[in-house]
Design a binder for this molecule. Structure first.
Ligand code: NAP
Length: 211
């Protein structure tokens, strides 16, 4: 069992928090609005606690469940309170046109987060390719959802892969943090599929392997 701290109290926080408590992990949620965190903690249940926003999270794993537009400032606000933590970046830095990014041309979201995080924190991209309501279900069409992981620290990736698998999901390592750029592009793929082909959001992107 691990302790997972989630910063943010929206749909992704709810999905990951509920899966985590369901798998026996201890969950702490914090949000800029303490009442939102309290409401989410009650919704998740199973002993979920509320952490104070900006204060050292309880967990060694910290899920950054806020919009990309807010995440750099949130990480800066926490500052050294995130030292030594594994920061799970679930953000999608998509621009309003839903076809491009708000990040600098020569960078990507996870790298921008790593730049503002404390030096001894480890940033790892995960969960960003699944819609929150699909993720909440854990599986689709009888198949566990794929959670793609990108990060530089092998030890942190093993920990997060173990966490992901404990939720009944399939962890798929796709390489080092530079590959997070590809995971961010996969969000554009989902949005393009939604707009032009599938016309709804009840789908998941994953890998099919021979049995
Ligand atoms: N929704 C999806 O299907 C999906 C899928 C994959 C990845 N993601 C990514 O997951 C992250 C969370 O998405 P979500 O759907 O859970 O978002 P959401 O439901 O809109 O919740 C966002 C959370 O971030 C907080 N927040 C917003 N601005 C903030 C700020 N300036 N400072 C501090 N906290 C702030 C909100 O607090 P308040 O309640 O106080 O506003 C709320 O708790 C995003 O980066 C998104 O790109 C989402």
């Amino acid at each position: 069992m691990s302790t997972i701290s989630i910063i943010g109290s929206g749909g992704m926080a709810a999905a990951i928090g509920k899966l985590a408590t369901g798998a026996g992990h201890r969950v702490e949620v914090s949000s800029r609005e303490a009442t939102s965190a309290q409401t989410l903690a009650e919704q998740i249940g199973t002993g979920t606690t509320v952490g104070k926003f900006g204060v050292t999270p309880l967990g060694d794993i910290v899920v950054l469940a806020v919009p990309y537009a807010a995440v750099l400032e949130v990480v800066r606000q926490y500052g050294n309170a995130l030292a030594g933590k594994i920061l799970v970046d679930i953000t999608n830095p998509v621009a309003a046109d839903m076809m491009s990014f708000v990040t600098p041309k020569d960078s990507f979201g996870a790298q921008e987060i790593a730049r503002v995080a404390p030096g001894d924190a480890t940033v790892l991209k995960a969960f960003n390719t699944q819609f929150s309501h699909v993720l909440a279900g854990g599986s689709l069409a009888g198949q566990p959802l794929d959670v793609f992981l990108a990060g530089n620290d092998a030890g942190a990736k093993t920990i997060i892969a173990g966490f992901v698998e404990s939720l009944g999901l399939r962890a798929m390592d796709i390489g080092d943090l530079s590959m997070a750029r590809t995971l961010e592009h996969m969000c554009l793929l989902s949005l393009g599929l939604m707009a032009h082909s599938i016309k709804h959001t009840n789908f998941a992107i994953g890998v099919s392997l021979p049995v």
